[in-house]
Design a protein around this ligand. Structure first.
Ligand SMILES: [Mg+2]
Length: 153
């Protein structure tokens, strides 16, 4: 199994998108559903592109996962988001690199990548990080980098 450790804020919820949602909401538009703020459609296209070309599964590493695996899976199904959420990383005092290491330890994976706008990783995880710009989120060039990393032998 190929695995994507997925952050959400700054990846699927970039700053420009959040500004637009708040503006939209101010004038009566819909910015949220029962699960929270709606994600940026452009970044979702790029996530779909990665999944289509790698068949990787999603493990949520974002703080959004603190609502639980079932919540995240329901959110994914309800919104029809790309990819399958198979798990969440354990919560260990917010040290994301250690949380990812703790998940990887008992799980056998073919390849993995970490998509995050921040780098709170262990040094040996940095080569697997595709770091997004929190202003723009997951861009096409990021997605291409993800595909190259996940498909390398
Ligand atoms: Mg983030």
């Amino acid at each position: 199994m190929k695995v994507i450790f997925l952050d959400i804020d700054g990846v699927l919820n970039p700053a420009y998108h959040m500004h637009a949602l708040h503006f939209h909401q101010k004038y009566g538009g819909v910015a949220e559903d029962a699960y929270g703020y709606l994600f940026c459609p452009h970044t979702l296209e790029h996530l779909a592109y990665i999944v289509e070309h790698t068949h990787a599964k999603l493990v949520i590493s974002s703080t959004w996962r603190k609502k639980g695996l079932t919540f995240m899976q329901d959110l994914w199904h309800h919104r029809g988001l790309p990819g399958e959420v198979v798990d969440i990383t354990p919560v260990i005092d917010n040290i994301r690199g250690e949380e990812i290491a703790a998940w990887l330890q008992p799980n056998e994976v073919e390849n993995f990548i970490i998509i995050d706008d921040e780098n709170y990783l262990l040094p040996n995880q940095v080569p697997y990080l595709v770091q997004t710009d929190m202003n723009y989120g997951l861009k096409l060039s990021d997605a291409q980098q993800c595909i190259a990393l996940l498909n390398q032998s």
